[in-house]
Design a protein around this ligand. Structure first.
Ligand code: ADP
Ligand code: 5GP
Length: 190
């Protein structure tokens, strides 16, 4: 049987990366769908591992060629997209594929794959907690944090009723347990 699809969407700072890494470490045969983006690499990011880093011209060319399963201008001037070839290669290799995409991408990938995909929205308990986590993480300026928080309110509103599951990431150990249970149950379904 072909691998299944696991979609993670969440406002920045909700704990999506933390929970996705937990799932990847505990579920065999799970591969990460490496997206393409026009933003520059950050910190230790490596081309082909976190993202395929493309120029805007290259990205647009691939859009024209119909190479994307979905793509969005997630932030002004910064495009992100899922390459069909990447997902197909992983499925051909017998893997389940995990996606880290914004809420619009999450809804679109789910539409494309239907019951073969599980879409999960990860939510922090409140905007105040989200602010605290982003400040503590120390990867973004206060200006960037305020932008992400403003977007978080919109994303949370948009996501209501559009995802298969919502996980509130309050206590981390509880959220880790819950996500593993949800994913394992989904992978065991026929
Ligand atoms: P995202 O990928 O959604 O932006 P991260 O996984 O980077 O979020 O998490 C944001 C920050 O919050 C990180 O510093 C992470 O260690 C921390 N964090 C994640 N989950 C929790 C939690 N349940 N309680 C407290 N801190 C958390
Ligand atoms: P970051 O720049 O912090 O890595 O990611 C910013 C946002 O882009 C996150 O919400 C992430 O989920 C989203 N994103 C990453 N890859 C894709 C993609 O292929 N498609 C869509 N729609 N969003 C993506």
């Amino acid at each position: 049987m072909k691998g299944k699809l696991l979609i993670f969407s969440a406002p920045s700072g909700s704990g999506k990366t933390t929970l996705l890494n937990h799932v990847m470490a505990n579920i065999p045969k799970m591969a990460f769908s490496v997206s393409a983006t026009t933003r520059a690499p950050r910190g230790e990011e490596v081309n082909g591992r976190e993202y395929y880093f493309l120029s805007m011209d290259e990205f647009k060319q691939r859009v024209e060629n119909g190479e994307f399963l979905e793509w969005e201008e997630v932030y002004p001037g910064r495009c992100y997209g899922t390459l069909l070839s990447v997902v197909e290669q992983m499925q051909d290799d017998g893997k389940h594929v995990a996606f880290d995409v914004d809420v619009c991408g999450g809804v679109n990938v789910k539409k494309h794959y239907g019951d073969q995909a599980l879409s999960v929205f990860i939510q922090a308990p409140s905007i105040a907690v989200l602010r605290e986590r982003l400040i503590k993480r120390q990867t973004d300026s206060m200006e960037e944090i305020e932008k992400r928080l403003a977007k978080a309110a919109w994303e949370t509103e948009f996501a209501q009723g559009k995802f298969d599951r919502t996980i509130i990431n309050d206590d981390l150990e509880t959220a880790k347990r819950e996500i593993l249970e949800v994913v394992q149950a989904f992978l065991e379904e026929e």
